[in-house]
Design a protein around this ligand. Structure first.
Ligand code: GAL
Length: 992
C-alpha cells in the first residue's frame, strides 16, 4: 500500500504485496480447507462505491448476494441475463483508454466475504491462504487483518495466513477489481471476465517447495533424478519402482534401464517425499531430455513433430472456470484426435490440466500470463515489454509460471507470453528462466526476427510457401546476417496456424506435407481448440419455448468488440468436434496407410516419435458401390517409429476384389484399411480408430448419355421432355415424374464464410466479390428451344451495372424408357462461358434448385460422412452414407456456408413426396439445406435460421477453397476457383 491511497495497488506497477514466494503446485497429506462454495458478494461500480468496513469480521453482509467461488462474475445469470456486468470481447484493443498504468475510475469491483471454520488441530501457525486465479487485481483481509494484494490473473498467489488465522470462526474478505495495471499485461484475445475464477484454500504448510530434475540419456538408457527440496525439516525421497530410498533427494540418482516419458508413452514413476515431520508428498516422475540437435527439436534423442492446438480455458456457461471433468474431456478429445501437443495460450492453465497432460501424454508449451497486443495499434508506444518500470511485473509473472509448473514432465517448453512486442523485460524474463531451469527450451513468437532470447524460431499464420522457405533457410532475411544465421540454426515451429474460424480451415494437408518433409520444422499448433461462444437463450419469432444460441462479441452491447472472432476453434462451444477437427485428425494421423491398387500393395508408414505400430489392429474392407463385399483382419508386422512396412495384400482381399469384378455391378470398388487401438489406452478404448487409407480398385467407365433420346415437345406454357416438364418461358425444370421441383439455375454465390469476410493481412475476399455484384447476380433467360432430341436453354448471369457476365447453356436430354431398375433419366449438360474480363474468383460454380419439404433423408455414395471442401477433404472417405438434411447442417456459431458433401457420385433425397435421384458426371458437390442462401447470409446466430418449407439444393461443379484468410492465407493457387469456361453434367431421376 502506498501511504495515503489505500487503493494505490490497483494502478501501481507492483505485482503484489505481502505474498509468499512462488512455488510448485503439489498435493500433500497435510490438511487443507477448501473455500470453494458460496460467498457473500456485492458488486461495487467503482472505487468510489466501495463498502468501507466490509473487511471487519462482524460486518453484516446478510443483505448481500451469494456468488459461487470459483466463478467469473459476468457469467452469473447466464444463459439468461447476466447479473453482474456482462462479458465483453475484444481481440487486440483494450476496452478502456490506453494510458498505462491508469485504468478507469469506473472499475467494477467485487467485494467477497466468506466465513469458515478452522477445525481443532489445524496447524494454524503454518498456514497459507492460496488463490489459484483471480482476475485481475485483489486485496485480502483475514479476520480484519490485511494480508496483502496481488495481480497476475492466471497465476497462483499465496499469503502467509499464520498470524491472522485462528481456531474456530474466521472471516475472509477479498476485494477484486476488474481493471488494474495488470490488465495492461493481460490483453489476450478472449472475453474480459473477472472474479475469483479458480479455487481458494487454506493449506497447512510444511515442505515449502521442491524441483524435480530429471534427464534421460538415450545412448545408455540411464535416467537421472535430483529433487531439490526447500523445507524446514529434513526430507527423504523414495521411488520404490526404481529402488530409490534416499535421505538426500538431491542425489543425483542415476538409474539404469529407465523408460522415458513421451507423449506416446507417458511413463510416470510413482514416488514420495517424506518429511521428518511426517508430511508425505506424492510424486509422479517422468524422465526426459529436451534438446536441439542440428536445428532439430528432439526429446530423448529423437525428433518430435508437434501436432498441436492452442488451448484457451473455456466453457460456454462458466467462462474460464473449468471443472476437472472438462479439463479431462479436453485432454481425451485431443488424444482421440491424434493431437500430441498443446500450447496453453496465453496463460498457465489450471494446474490440474497439466497433471492430465503428464498422465495421458501431451507435449506442452506452457505459456506465461502475458499479452500487451493493445499497444500495437499505437505503434507499440509505451509498451510495458520495453519499459524498465515494468520489469518486476514481468519477472514476477515469469517466476510464478515456472515455479508453479516446473515439475511437469509434459512441459517441454516455456513460452514467455504472446503478442507483447519485444523489449528488455522479455529478454530479462528469458534470462531468468535460463538461470532457473535450463532443462527446457524458451519460446516467444514476438522475437522471431532476431531470436535473441528464444530457442525456437516461431511464426504464426505464414503460408505453406513461406514455411517451406523457412526450412530451406530462405525466408526473408533481416538487416543482420548474424541474426539470420542464428535463427536458421533453430528449430522452427508454427505457434499458430490453420485459423479454425467458421467453415474450415482449408489447407491443413498442405501444411502437414511441408512439415513432414522437413525435420527442422517441428510442427505447430492450430489456432485454436474451442469456440468461446457463450450460451444464451432467447425467445424466437414469437415461439413460446426460448431457444438457446451462442453469443459472441457485440451480443452484450459492448462499446467496441470483435464480433465472432472469438469463435475460432476446432470444437464448437459445447465441445462437439467441428469438421475442422475431424479433418485435422486425419491430416496428422501418426501412421499413414497407403494402398497401391496397381501393385496390389498396402504400406504402413509409422510417423510416431517412439512407438511402434504394434498397438494397432488393422482391418480391411472391400466395398462395391458402398456395399461391403468382404472384410477381415490384416496382419501388419509391428513397424518401428520412422519405418515403413509394405506388404502385398492378402489372398482374401484379392478374392473379394475378384468376386466384385466378376459381379460387374458397374460401380466403384474401394479397398479400405483401418488401424484401430488393439487394446484400451488411458484416453480411448480398444477399437478407437487412429488412421485409415483407401484405394479405388475398380473404376467403371462413365455411363453413356440417355438413349434413345426423347424429343422435347412444347405444350403451351410448358415443355415436356421424357419424365420432365419445364416452364416454356423460363426454361426452369418444374416437375420430374411426380416430384415438384424448381430449378436448376446457375449459381455462383455462397453465404460468406468467415474466411471470405475477414482478412488479417490484406484485402478480404468479400470486397472484390461484392464489387463484382456476385451476391446479386441476375439470371436472364435468352432462349428456350425444344428440339427432337432435347431442350436447350440459354441464359446469362450478370449483376446490375456490370458488363461482365457468365453465359450458360443448359442442354437437357432424357430417355423415355425406364432402365432395368425402373428409373427414368434426365440429364443436364451445362456449359458456362465467362464474358468480359473476370478478375475475381467465383465463390462457387454450380446449379441451385429446390423442392418442397422441411427435412429429407439423404443417402449418397461418395466421400463422407462429414462436410468436405476441395482444400479440406482428407477426412472424407468414399462409401455409402446416410443422413438427413437437418443433420447435414453444421452449426457454426455465426451461420455461413457449410455442410458441402464433396465429389458425390450419386445421391438420393427422399421426402414424403418421393425420391429425387442425382448423379454426378462423374461427381458433383452436394449441399442441401432447409433455408436459402439469402437466409443463411442474413443470419447472425443459429436461432435466426428458420425452415422455410423448401429444401434448397446446390449441385456444384466446384467451390472456391476455404483457406484460412480470417487470420492467415487464403486458399492456395490450386484451390482458387477462377472464372473460366467450364462444362459439367448431372443426371436426375425419380423412384428408388
Ligand atoms: C493471434 C493471437 C491469438 C488470436 C489469433 C486470432 O495473432 O496470438 O491470440 O488472436 O491471432 O484468432
Amino acid at each position: 500500500m502506498n501511504g495515503l491511497d489505500p487503493h494505490a495497488y490497483v494502478e501501481d506497477l507492483s505485482p503484489g504485496t505481502g505474498r509468499l514466494r512462488p512455488r510448485a503446485a503439489f498435493t500433500t497429506d497435510l490438511p487443507t480447507i477448501t473455500l470453494d462454495g458460496d460467498w457473500s458478494f456485492r458488486l461495487a461500480s467503482g472505487l468510489d462505491d466501495l463498502t468501507g468496513d466490509f473487511a471487519a469480521p462482524d460486518f453484516d453482509d446478510t443483505a448481500w448476494d451469494l456468488l459461487a467461488v470459483p466463478s467469473c462474475w459476468q457469467m452469473t445469470g447466464l444463459p439468461g441475463e447476466p447479473r453482474y456486468g456482462a462479458p465483453a470481447y475484444t481481440n487486440i484493443l483494450y476496452p478502456f483508454p490506453v494510458d498505462p498504468p491508469r485504468v478507469p475510475r469506473e472499475n467494477p469491483t467485487g467485494e467477497y466475504r466468506r466465513a469458515f471454520d478452522v477445525p481443532d488441530g489445524f496447524p494454524a501457525s503454518a498456514a497459507v491462504l492460496r488463490f489459484e486465479g483471480v482476475d485481475s487485481a485483489f486485496a485480502v483481509w483475514l479476520n480484519g487483518i490485511r494480508l496483502g494484494d496481488g495481480k497476475g490473473s492466471r497465476l497462483t498467489t499465496e499469503f502467509d495466513a499464520s498470524a491472522a488465522l485462528r481456531p474456530g470462526r474466521n472471516v475472509l474478505a477479498v476485494r477484486v477489481h476488474q481493471w488494474s495495471s495488470g490488465s495492461y499485461l493481460e490483453d489476450q484475445d478472449m472475453w474480459w471476465l473477472s472474479g475469483i475464477f479458480r479455487s481458494v484454500s487454506v493449506a497447512a504448510r510444511g515442505v515449502e517447495d521442491f524441483f524435480v530434475h530429471t534427464a534421460y540419456d538415450h545412448t545408455t538408457r540411464q535416467g537421472t533424478l535430483a529433487v531439490d527440496v526447500t523445507a524446514p525439516t529434513r526430507v527423504s525421497l523414495s521411488v520404490p519402482e526404481l529402488g530409490i530410498s534416499a535421505a538426500d533427494p538431491a542425489g543425483p540418482h542415476v538409474i539404469d534401464g529407465i523408460e522415458p516419458w513421451s507423449d506416446e508413452r507417458p511413463r510416470l514413476y510413482t514416488g514420495e517425499l517424506v518429511s521428518e515431520a511426517g508430511e508425505r508428498i506424492p510424486l509422479r516422475i517422468g524422465f526426459r531430455t529436451v534438446a536441439v540437435v542440428d536445428g532439430v527439436l528432439t526429446v530423448n534423442g529423437r525428433p518430435i513433430s508437434l501436432r498441436g492446438v492452442n488451448r484457451h480455458e473455456w466453457h460456454p456457461l462458466t467462462g474460464r472456470t473449468l471443472t476437472e471433468d472438462t479439463m479431462l474431456t479436453d485432454v481425451l478429445l485431443m488424444k482421440q484426435h491424434n493431437i500430441n501437443a498443446v500450447r496453453t495460450s496465453h496463460y498457465p492453465p489450471d494446474h490440474r490440466f497439466l497433471d492430465l497432460c503428464d498422465e495421458h501424454g501431451l507435449w506442452v508449451f506452457c505459456e506465461g500470463d502475458l499479452e500487451t497486443h493493445g499497444f500495437e495499434p499505437g505503434g507499440w508506444r509505451r509498451n510495458p515489454s520495453d519499459d524498465p518500470a515494468w520489469r518486476e511485473a514481468y519477472l514476477d509473472r515469469t517466476a510464478r509460471l515456472v515455479e508453479r509448473d516446473k515439475n511437469h514432465p509434459s512441459v517441454v517448453v516455456w513460452s514467455l507470453g504472446n503478442e507483447s512486442g519485444t523489449g528488455v523485460n522479455l529478454a530479462a524474463a528469458a534470462a531468468w528462466i535460463r538461470w532457473r531451469d535450463d532443462s527446457r527450451l524458451i519460446h516467444y513468437e514476438g522475437d522471431f526476427a532476431s531470436c535473441a532470447y528464444v530457442d525456437l524460431y516461431s511464426r504464426m499464420y505464414i503460408g505453406v510457401d513461406e514455411l517451406a522457405a523457412v526450412d530451406r533457410g530462405q525466408e526473408a532475411p533481416t538487416a543482420d546476417p548474424a541474426d539470420d544465421a542464428h535463427r536458421r540454426a533453430l528449430p522452427a515451429v508454427l505457434c499458430e496456424y490453420g485459423h479454425a474460424m467458421g467453415t474450415g480451415p482449408g489447407g491443413l494437408s498442405e501444411y502437414q506435407q511441408v512439415i513432414e518433409a522437413h525435420p527442422r520444422l517441428a510442427g505447430g499448433f492450430i489456432w485454436e481448440w474451442i469456440d468461446h461462444g457463450i450460451t444464451r437463450t432467447a425467445p424466437i419469432n414469437g415461439q413460446e419455448e426460448p431457444r438457446s444460441y451462442y453469443a459472441y462479441g457485440g451480443d452484450f452491447g459492448e462499446e467496441i468488440h470483435d464480433g465472432n472472432f472469438v469463435a475460432d476453434g476446432l470444437l464448437f462451444p459445447d465441445r462437439t468436434p467441428s469438421p475442422g477437427l475431424v479433418e485435422y485428425k486425419k491430416v496428422i494421423e501418426p501412421v499413414r496407410i497407403h494402398i497401391d491398387p496397381a501393385a496390389g500393395q498396402i504400406s504402413v508408414r509409422n510417423l510416431h516419435h517412439v512407438r511402434d505400430s504394434g498397438y494397432l489392429d488393422c482391418r480391411w474392407t472391400v466395398e462395391d458401390g458402398g456395399e461391403p463385399v468382404g472384410s477381415g483382419g490384416l496382419s501388419v508386422p509391428a513397424t518401428a517409429a520412422g519405418a515403413t512396412t509394405t506388404l502385398a495384400w492378402p489372398a482374401e482381399v484379392t478374392a473379394a476384389l475378384d468376386a466384385a469384378r466378376k459381379n460387374d455391378s458397374g460401380d466403384q470398388v474401394w479397398l479400405t484399411v483401418t488401424a484401430v487401438l488393439a487394446a484400451d489406452e488411458t484416453w480411448a478404448g480398444a477399437g478407437h480408430e487412429i488412421a485409415w487409407g483407401q484405394g479405388l480398385v475398380v473404376a467403371p467407365a462413365a455411363s453413356p448419355a440417355p438413349a434413345p433420346p426423347a424429343p422435347a415437345i412444347a405444350h403451351g406454357g410448358y415443355v415436356a421432355l421424357g419424365p420432365a416438364r419445364f416452364d416454356a418461358r423460363t426454361g426452369v425444370l418444374t416437375r420430374l415424374g411426380d416430384l415438384e421441383l424448381d430449378g436448376p439455375m446457375l449459381d455462383v454465390w455462397r453465404a460468406p464464410i468467415d474466411n471470405d469476410l475477414l482478412s488479417a493481412f490484406g484485402e478480404a475476399q468479400i470486397g472484390p466479390w461484392l464489387a463484382a455484384g456476385l451476391d446479386r447476380m441476375r439470371h436472364d433467360v435468352l432462349g428456350v428451344e425444344p428440339d427432337a432430341s432435347g431442350l436447350t436453354v440459354t441464359a446469362r448471369l450478370a449483376a446490375a451495372g456490370s458488363s461482365c457476365g457468365l453465359g450458360v447453356v443448359y442442354r437437357w436430354t432424357a430417355c423415355d424408357t425406364p432402365d432395368a431398375a425402373g428409373r427414368t433419366r434426365l440429364r443436364l449438360d451445362a456449359v458456362v462461358t465467362p464474358d468480359g474480363p473476370w478478375s475475381v474468383p467465383l465463390p462457387r460454380l454450380g446449379v441451385a434448385m429446390s423442392l418442397p419439404g422441411t427435412d429429407a433423408e439423404v443417402e449418397w455414395f461418395g466421400p463422407g460422412p462429414g462436410e468436405a471442401y476441395r482444400d479440406s477433404r482428407a477426412a472424407a472417405r468414399v462409401g455409402r452414407h446416410l443422413s438427413t438434411v437437418s443433420a447435414m447442417q453444421i452449426p457454426q456459431v455465426r451461420p455461413q456456408e457449410n455442410g458441402n458433401r464433396h465429389q458425390v457420385r450419386r445421391a438420393r433425397i427422399t421426402t414424403p413426396d418421393g425420391t429425387l435421384l442425382i448423379s454426378g458426371d462423374p461427381v458433383i458437390d452436394l449441399t442441401v439445406r432447409p433455408w436459402s442462401t439469402e437466409a443463411l447470409t442474413a443470419a447472425s446466430h443459429q436461432h435466426d435460421l428458420v425452415r422455410d418449407g423448401t429444401l434448397h439444393l446446390h449441385l456444384d461443379h466446384a467451390h472456391h477453397g476455404l483457406g484460412s484468410a480470417a487470420c492467415g492465407p487464403g486458399p492456395t493457387a490450386p484451390h482458387v476457383l477462377a472464372a473460366v469456361t467450364t462444362a459439367f453434367g448431372v443426371e436426375f431421376g425419380t423412384g428408388r
